[in-house]
Design a protein around this ligand. Structure first.
Ligand SMILES: Cc1ncc(COP(=O)(O)O)c(C=O)c1O
Length: 289
């Protein structure tokens, strides 16, 4: 836990602590480790030798899966949305070094990743298929474990939200009165609420959570120079490493919520740093930061 001190927090009368899940491990960190943990345990128990999943060319999930495969003795394969030329980018080079076998597909083929018939055609004995982003049914319990690692009961949890799996895992386990605020890092996340309640129907009965949709700053993996400059300043002020796709955008969203007066004075807030720092290398490579 790291206490974050920013002038805005003092002005708004809130106490903010960061749950540093980015520090779980240099390669297998944040929500990626949390989501993979029980899938890996199930794979080991069921004598699975190969893990196959899906992702984009800069996917944190594929990066973590490749690292896990190398560390725990599973072969790994990935179906990657994009051109074969991206095999040499920072994320996928590292995946290949860890032995991950990559297959590149166009957008149309990639869209089939939820289609049971297509998934069945990929099945092989000893192979486990993992959902995109690791957001399968086994992911929620792993994410929920972070709650017990925080030594107090916060008034509010804040975290980035893309597919909704991490938020759902947290909702399942947090204490009834604790509030949860997900910051959507994607544009047009209106379906996210339903995604969460589909993943865990109990969420529909909990009035203490919401997803803020207006801090996406242009959409997934997009960000303004204002956001980028803001991150540099906050990192200098707090010592917290941030990237603009997930953790940085979510902290930015929290600050905008505070500035808009949407968070109660006196709140003790836990901001969950969900990792993803490997993505910075890809952004730099593309000249985006
Ligand atoms: C580093 C990081 N943080 C947060 C998220 C968002 O998590 P979720 O997709 O479970 O909402 C992701 C994407 O999975 C991620 O890679």
């Amino acid at each position: 836990m790291q206490r974050l001190e920013l002038p805005l927090f003092e002005q708004c009368g809130v106490e903010v602590w960061c749950k540093r899940d980015d520090l779980i491990d240099p390669m297998l960190s944040g929500n990626k480790w949390r989501k993979l943990k029980y899938a890996l345990l199930a794979a080991a128990k069921d004598n699975i030798h190969t893990l196959l999943s899906f992702g984009g060319a800069y996917s944190n999930h594929l990066h973590a899966l490749a690292a896990a495969g190398a560390r725990f003795g599973f072969a790994t394969r990935a179906i990657v949305r994009g051109e074969a030329s991206s095999a040499s980018n920072a994320t996928l080079s590292q995946c290949r070094q860890w032995g991950m076998q990559l297959t590149f597909v166009d957008r149309q083929t990639y869209r089939q990743r939820h289609d049971p018939a297509w998934l069945a055609s990929l099945a092989e004995p000893g192979l486990m298929l993992l959902a995109e982003g690791g957001s399968g049914p086994l992911a929620l319990d792993g994410v929920g474990e972070l709650v017990a690692e925080v030594p107090f009961s916060p008034d509010l949890w804040v975290l980035p939200c893309a597919s909704g799996g991490t938020l759902t895992g947290l909702l399942k386990v947090k204490r009834p009165d604790e509030k949860v605020l997900g910051i959507a890092v994607i544009k047009g996340g209106t379906a996210l609420r339903d995604t969460v309640t589909n993943l865990w129907p109990g969420a529909a009965c909990d009035p203490h959570w919401r997803i803020a949709l207006e801090h996406h700053d242009g959409g997934y993996a997009r960000f303004s120079s204002e956001l980028w400059q803001w991150l540099q300043t906050v990192t200098m002020q707090t010592g917290l490493p941030l990237e603009p796709v997930y953790s940085g955008k979510a902290l930015w969203g929290l600050c905008r919520e505070l500035a808009a007066g949407r968070i109660q004075r006196g709140s003790r807030i836990v901001f969950v740093h969900t990792g993803g720092m490997q993505g910075l290398a890809g952004l730099k490579e593309r000249g985006l930061c």
